[in-house]
Design a binder for this molecule. Structure first.
Ligand code: NAD
Ligand code: UDP
Length: 327
């Protein structure tokens, strides 16, 4: 296996994507510092790594500066589900903006390479389809999603300004909807909601008429892309879309999940939130050209692994404690 950089900081490392990334980096021989304030992440996600000699957990909020010596920084710290990022919108903006400044300052001081986990939300309710990196976005700057969308957009601005002004070696990735084991069962995201509802034979909550689309990338494929981009020397700063271009309507996703779970659940239609994008699918030509990357996990296979993980979780957590957040 390739040996990656020595000291790697993963902010948001106890979260869903971050914990898979920490695992992958450790397996490749890196020293990993996982930094997290545990707002939406959990020690359980990294419990199996805590005994490893090359792994450290630091409880810290990225809105506060910190001093460390590292070679690489993956900046993932930020609540990602609408339920969580709308919970304290001012803190969400601070996490993206102050967090970016603090991590970029750290990168500048250490001469570290730094990757920002940006998001397809920077395209807002997109005017182009599929979304290419040169789409500047159609974002409501004062709506309920703005704390996340505009926070992430401002973080991208800061990354490019630190790159131009201070020569910091940056990588900006726009992540599209990603799913897999260790998604938070109560964070309201569509895959975790539908899987938990289907496994518990509860009604599956389809927002609106379910014709809105998303494109779902399995977490292992995403981690492949993140690591490949970070380790590509002399790479352009991005942005680079990472996601699976297979697009599916939300109503069709509900049917697929119910079938794969062997569920007796029926479908109920609930209110569609304001500014919920109607269509989303990444154009991944840039990632393919630059990294030779494309996601290999077909939706039903990834959903199968995710369902197995949630089935196990539901065996250990009492059903009444699983509170599926409504969209
Ligand atoms: P997650 O909520 O599971 O992980 C985010 C982690 O960041 C959590 O462990 C949380 O405790 C931590 N965190 C939040 N605020 C923090 C702060 N102020 N200081 C330190 N830690 C903090 O979400 P995820 O799905 O793993 O997302 C990881 C990153 O990827 C996020 O930046 C998110 O915006 C981005 N992203 C994710 C998706 C997706 O579909 N999962 C899509 C686009 C972008
Ligand atoms: N959604 C849904 N039922 C749910 C949760 C979400 O129909 O129980 C819809 C949501 O309205 C959106 C899509 O699924 O149209 C994806 O939602 P998610 O919160 O996972 O991600 P995002 O909107 O950020 O892409």
């Amino acid at each position: 296996m390739k040996h990656y950089a020595e000291r790697v900081l993963v902010t948001g490392g106890a979260g869903f994507i971050g914990s898979h990334l920490c695992e992958r980096l450790l397996a490749a021989g890196s020293d990993v510092i996982c930094l997290d304030n545990l707002f939406t992440g959990a020690k359980a996600n990294i419990a199996h790594l805590l005994g490893e000699a090359n792994f450290e957990f630091v409880r810290h909020d990225v809105t506060e500066a910190l001093s460390l010596e590292v070679d690489r920084i993956f900046n993932l710290a930020c609540p990602a589900s609408p339920v969580h990022y709308k919970h304290d919108p001012v803190q969400t903006v601070k996490t993206s903006v102050h967090g970016a400044i603090n991590m970029l300052e750290l990168a500048r001081r250490c001469g570290a390479r730094i990757l920002q986990a940006s998001t397809s939300e920077v395209y807002g309710d997109p005017l182009s389809h599929p979304q290419k990196e040169d789409d500047w976005g159609n974002v409501n700057p004062i709506g309920p999603r703005a704390c996340y969308d505009e926070g992430k957009r401002c973080a991208e601005t800061l990354f490019f300004d630190y790159h131009r002004q201070h020569g910091v070696d940056i990588r900006v990735v726009r992540i599209f909807n990603t799913y897999g084991p260790r998604m938070h069962p109560s964070d309201g995201r569509v895959v975790s909601n539908f899987v938990v509802q289907a496994l518990l034979d509860r009604p599956i909550t389809v927002a609106g008429d379910g014709t809105q689309t998303r494109s779902f990338c399995y977490v292992d494929d995403l981690v492949d892309g993140l690591v490949a981009y970070m380790e590509l020397d002399d790479a352009p700063p991005g942005p680079v879309n990472l996601g699976n271009p297979e697009e599916i309507a939300i109503a069709a996703l509900a049917e697929t999940v119910a079938r794969l779970c062997g569920s007796r659940s029926s479908t109920v239609h609930v209110k569609l939130e304001r500014d919920d994008p109607a269509r989303r699918r990444p154009d991944i030509a840039r990632a393919a050209d630059l990294l030779g990357w494309s996601p290999g996990t077909e939706l039903e296979r990834g959903l199968g692994a995710t369902i197995d993980w949630f089935r196990e979780l539901l065996r250990t957590v009492p059903e009444e404690r699983i509170d599926v957040a409504r969209p």
